[in-house]
Structures are given as structure tokens and as C-alpha cells.
Design a protein. Structure first.
Lengths: 117, 473
């Protein structure tokens, strides 16, 4: 059981700090509401809209490029943890993996995926 | 788990060649000005991969990557077959994939990567590796089917294929997880040893798992009732892609199914035989009957490929090494006769895609009509063509396994499907031409047709040349 006490302490601390910030801001803070401030916020976009809305197809390209680097990171982190045990072979394998991903990136770049036109 | 070493890569030389060429094509995709560059690159890579598969003959079977990949006679046989499929599909693409509607470099890179997945499926010795390999193949295939972006039929076919295949993949994965849950491994050899101890009866979940794994692979070979995607995907895809799918996807699926049924689930052959016999009987009946109603040549060949999946499955029912060899022989000859038939369809262009287009072809282009006659006889299974030898070995193995009824059904379905194949022959030889003679076609298509015709003839006259190589795992 002892090893879980740390997690419990973390939960209490995180909850306490976050709760304190919200309570302090709402009691002590200066209030100056504007329509922009009252709107719910989600990455600069209106979070509620009908699904028929239009979205620039260019975002899909960005999303695909994001996946390229995302997959790379997912694999790089565990690799970095066991890097010493893997040795030269691990370095070569990661080189090959990154090389293949970079071919995809170079292809996308070559075809103008990075230009916002 | 054992770590992989660099020497393990020696097992994958053919796959590495194909991947290397695919990456090179992707890198220079925008700078390829001529279709022939991409075609020559793909054909050379396929030849090198075939040579590497033959050359890397080990003493017996070798495994690598912690027992996930093996190199044995079985995987070599299928690697050579898949390399031949790839080369012929690339040759048949020269006319259709001209770089105007479909980008050349990308198209051939996808062909190469799909073929890599097929080769890996033939060498996989682990259910998860097999899943990855088959997914690599199908992911590339969706894109290839939808490659002609402007065509609504192609988009429809690609979306249907994608949705159904994703569902089949999910079934396959669920089957893998159930099998893992009961046997504690995804490795074929470990599954086999766990099964020989407890058997199917010990845990009904295992039965479900094996059924789902079989279903997932049956989807790749388009066996009824997992065939619904094939007609739409083939019709929507451009003819060379349909040819590649019909030949390659089936060969890879049969390779995977052969190894799974014989190595992993081999000790429980009687239970597995119920699944396989059901799939075979349904594929034979549905494929042959629906075949009769087709007027679109690509749909006709799709149903033909469905019924041929039924024949190919006949060899696996017995769960014996001889039966698996029979299925290997079937897969080999099927690939060449199907690619040949598609080759004629491609060579005739627009006209070749409709059944009426074949009217009076013999008086206009006797050579092409003779080739078509050869391939159709082979699809029907009439000597002296490879189709007869192929059907003979699988039906014989079904009889030996005690499935005489199924063997009779197979022969009956052969007769039924002969009606439609012979209708094309009647149209070619006994009708007056309605359309102007087809224009000349590139020499690459002639080369692919010549290879297909050669194998179909040699396979019919002396099938032993192929049968000796068909060594089951």
C-alpha cells in the first residue's frame, strides 16, 4: 500500500492548488466581463457548431503532418529510456525508422504541403 | 523475448529491396517525367526480390526477429509468386496509369509496398506479425483502388472496401486476442503446443478465436460470406489494380491461411475443417451462380476470383501437408491465369471492360482472341491448361480428406461457370464485330501476357515443374 501514498498526496496537492486558484480568482479577482471573455474557449474555435459547417481541406494536410511527427515521438520516448541497453543496433534501427518517416516528410514538402495557399 | 540482430535482416532481403525501391520512388515522385521510369524501377525491384528469394535458400527453415519471421521453402515459394505478380501488375499498368490522372511514382510505390506486405504475410510466424503484414497490404490496396480520384465508381469501391476491410481487421484482431487469452501466446509454434495439450474442447472461447482469425483471413481471399467488397472494389478500381488485388491479395491470404491452419491450429484439423469446408462450399456455389449474371468484365472476374477462392480452400480442409501443397499449386496457377485474363481486358482498353466488347474479336485480332481463349479454358479448368492441373490437385486432396460431396460440388460448379467463360469465347469466335478493331497496345503488356500464357501452358502440359516447389511448411 505504501507506494500508493505518493499518488494520493499528488492527487490532494493537485486538487488543492487547482481549487485554490479557482476560488481565489473568483473571490479576490477584479471582474470586467466582455462578450469575448464570457464565450467558452476551445483553441480559438467556437466549440459548439452544426456538423454541416465548412472546414478548409488544408487542415487535413496539417493533421497528417502532425501524425508523422506524433508517431515519431511515441516511438522515440521509450527508445530513449532503454537507449543504453540497445546500443549501436538500437541507434541504427532508430536511424532507419526516422529515415523512412523523413522520406514521407520530404515527399509532403516536395508536393507543397508546407505552403499555405 | 530475444532481441533482433542485424543478421536477421538477411531473412528479409526481398522485402528490403521492394521497400528501398518504394522509398526511392516516393522521394523522386515529382521528378519522374516518364511512366516507363517507374515501371522499369518496379519490375527491376520485383526481379531482384524474386532472385533474392531463390538465392537465399537456407538449410531447412531459419527464423529470426524473436521467432516472428521465418524463411523456409513455403515463404520462398510465395515470395517468388508475389514478385511475379508485382512485376506483371506493373507491366500491365503502362497504358492505364499514364501519369495524367494517377501519379506514376506514388502508384508504383504503393504497388511495391503492398507486395512487401504480401511477402511478409507469407513469412510471418506470429499472429501479430501476420496482422501487420496483411494490414500493410490492405492499406496500400484501399489507396490503389481509389487512385483514379476523378472516377465516382473508384471512390465508391475504395470506401466500401475500406469500411468492410476495417471491420474484418477488427474481427481478426479480436480473434487474435481470444486465442492469446486461451493459449497465452501469439506465436504459431507456441499456440500449436498449447493446443495439443488442451484442445479446442477445453475452452469454447478458443473456438470463437480461431473462427474469427479464419474469418479475417478469408476476407483477404474474398471467400463467401466475406466477399462483398470484391465486385465493387474490382469494378471501381482501374483494371491493373483489380488484377493486382485479384492475384496478389488472394495469394497472400492463401499463404497466411495455409500456415495458420497447418502450423498453428494443425492439431485440431477436424474442427477447423468445418469452417473451411463451409467457406469453400459457399464460395463455390455463390461465386459460380452469380458469375452467370455478370456483363461487366471486371465484376465477372471478381466473381470468378470468389469461386476460385472456394477451389483453393479445398486443399486446406484436410489439414495435411499434401493438401497445403495442392493449395500452393492452385495459388500459383491461379495468379498467372487471372493476370493473363485481366491482361487481355487491359489490352483491349474501354472495349475490354464490357462483355459485348468481345463480339467478333477473333476476326479482328486473332492473336489476342487466342490468348483469351487459353486463359478462359484455364479458368474453366479444361486440359491442357494450368487450370486443369490446379483443379485436379485440390479436388483430389478433398477426396483424400474424405470430402467427396464437396469434390462433386466443385466439379459441378466448374461446369456451371463454364457457361459464362464459354459465352465470351462464343462472342469472340461466332459473332460479327460491332466495334472498330482495338488499337495497338504497348510492348510491356505483350510481355506480361506472354509470361502468363507461358506459365498457363507449361502448367497444363507438365504441372510437375511447379508442384515440386510447392512444399508446405
Amino acid at each position: 500500500m505504501n507506494e500508493y501514498i505518493g499518488i494520493a498526496v499528488m492527487f490532494v496537492l493537485a486538487g488543492g492548488i487547482a481549487g485554490a486558484m479557482v476560488i481565489l480568482a473568483s473571490t479576490l479577482g477584479k471582474k470586467n466581463p466582455t462578450p469575448e471573455k464570457l464565450a467558452p474557449f476551445e483553441c480559438g474555435k467556437d466549440p459548439f457548431s452544426l456538423p454541416m459547417g465548412k472546414l478548409a481541406i488544408k487542415f487535413y494536410l496539417t493533421a497528417i503532418l502532425f501524425i508523422l511527427f506524433d508517431v515519431e515521438l511515441v516511438f522515440l520516448y521509450p527508445w530513449a529510456v532503454v537507449y543504453r541497453q540497445l546500443g549501436l543496433l538500437g541507434l541504427t534501427e532508430m536511424g532507419v525508422f526516422l529515415g523512412i518517416l523523413m522520406v514521407g516528410f520530404v515527399y509532403a514538402w516536395d508536393n507543397g504541403a508546407l505552403e499555405w495557399k | 523475448m530475444n532481441g533482433a540482430t542485424l543478421s536477421d535482416l538477411l531473412l528479409l532481403i526481398p522485402e528490403l529491396i521492394l521497400v528501398g525501391m518504394a522509398l526511392a520512388l516516393i522521394l523522386v515522385a515529382r521528378r519522374i517525367r516518364k511512366t516507363s521510369v517507374a515501371v522499369v524501377g518496379t519490375v527491376l525491384a520485383a526481379l531482384a526480390a524474386a532472385l533474392a528469394s531463390v538465392w537465399a535458400l537456407p538449410d531447412g527453415a531459419t527464423t529470426g526477429f524473436g521467432g516472428m519471421i521465418t524463411l523456409d521453402g513455403y515463404s520462398q515459394f510465395f515470395k517468388v509468386l508475389i514478385a511475379a505478380t508485382l512485376a506483371m501488375a506493373a507491366l500491365l499498368s503502362v497504358k492505364t496509369i499514364d501519369g495524367e490522372t494517377v501519379p506514376r511514382g506514388e502508384y508504383h510505390a504503393l504497388l511495391l509496398l503492398a507486395a512487401t506486405g504480401m511477402m511478409l504475410a507469407a513469412s510471418a510466424l506470429d499472429l501479430l506479425m501476420l496482422y501487420l503484414a496483411l494490414e500493410l497490404m490492405t492499406l496500400c490496396s484501399y489507396t490503389l483502388v481509389g487512385a483514379t480520384v476523378k472516377s465516382p465508381l473508384a471512390n465508391e469501391g475504395a470506401i466500401k472496401y475500406f469500411l468492410l476491410a476495417s471491420f474484418a481487421s477488427a474481427l481478426f484482431l479480436y480473434g487474435i486476442s481470444l486465442t492469446y487469452g486461451v493459449t497465452g501466446s501469439t506465436d504459431f509454434v507456441a499456440i500449436a503446443s498449447a493446443l495439443s495439450e488442451q484442445g479446442f474442447g477445453a475452452n469454447p472461447l478458443l473456438l470463437v478465436g480461431v473462427g474469427l482469425v479464419t474469418a479475417g483471413i478469408a476476407f483477404k481471399i474474398a471467400a463467401v460470406p466475406f466477399h462483398v467488397w470484391a465486385p465493387d472494389a474490382y469494378q471501381g478500381a482501374s483494371a491493373p489494380v483489380a488484377a493486382f488485388l485479384a492475384a496478389g491479395s488472394k495469394a497472400a491470404g492463401l499463404a497466411a491461411l495455409g500456415r495458420v491452419t497447418l502450423v498453428a491450429f494443425g492439431s485440431q484439423a477436424e474442427v477447423l475443417a468445418v469452417f473451411l469446408a463451409g467457406l469453400a462450399a459457399l464460395s463455390l456455389i455463390v461465386g459460380s451462380l452469380v458469375l452467370l449474371a455478370q456483363t461487366d468484365m471486371k465484376r465477372l472476374l471478381a466473381y470468378s476470383s470468389i469461386s476460385h477462392a472456394g477451389y483453393a480452400l479445398l486443399g486446406l480442409i484436410g489439414g495435411t501437408a499434401e493438401g497445403t501443397s495442392a493449395t500452393m499449386t492452385y495459388a500459383f496457377f491461379y495468379v498467372f491465369m487471372t493476370l493473363g485474363t485481366f491482361g487481355v481486358v487491359i489490352a483491349l482498353g474501354e472495349r475490354g471492360e464490357k462483355l459485348e466488347g468481345y463480339q467478333g474479336l477473333a476476326s479482328q485480332r486473332p492473336a489476342i482472341a487466342a490468348l483469351m481463349l487459353l486463359f478462359l479454358l484455364s479458368l474453366t479448368g479444361i486440359p491442357p491448361t494450368a487450370g486443369f492441373a490446379a483443379k485436379f490437385v485440390v479436388i483430389l486432396s478433398a477426396v483424400r480428406a474424405g470430402y467427396t460431396g464437396l469434390a462433386v460440388l466443385a466439379v459441378a460448379c466448374s461446369v456451371v461457370s463454364a457457361f459464362i467463360y464459354m459465352r465470351v469465347v462464343v462472342l469472340m469466335y461466332m459473332r460479327e464485330p460491332q466495334e472498330p478493331a482495338p488499337s495497338r497496345f504497348p510492348v510491356a503488356i505483350s510481355a506480361a501476357l506472354a509470361l502468363a500464357a507461358l506459365v498457363t501452358l507449361i502448367g497444363g502440359i507438365s504441372p510437375g515443374t511447379v508442384v515440386v516447389w510447392a512444399i508446405s511448411p
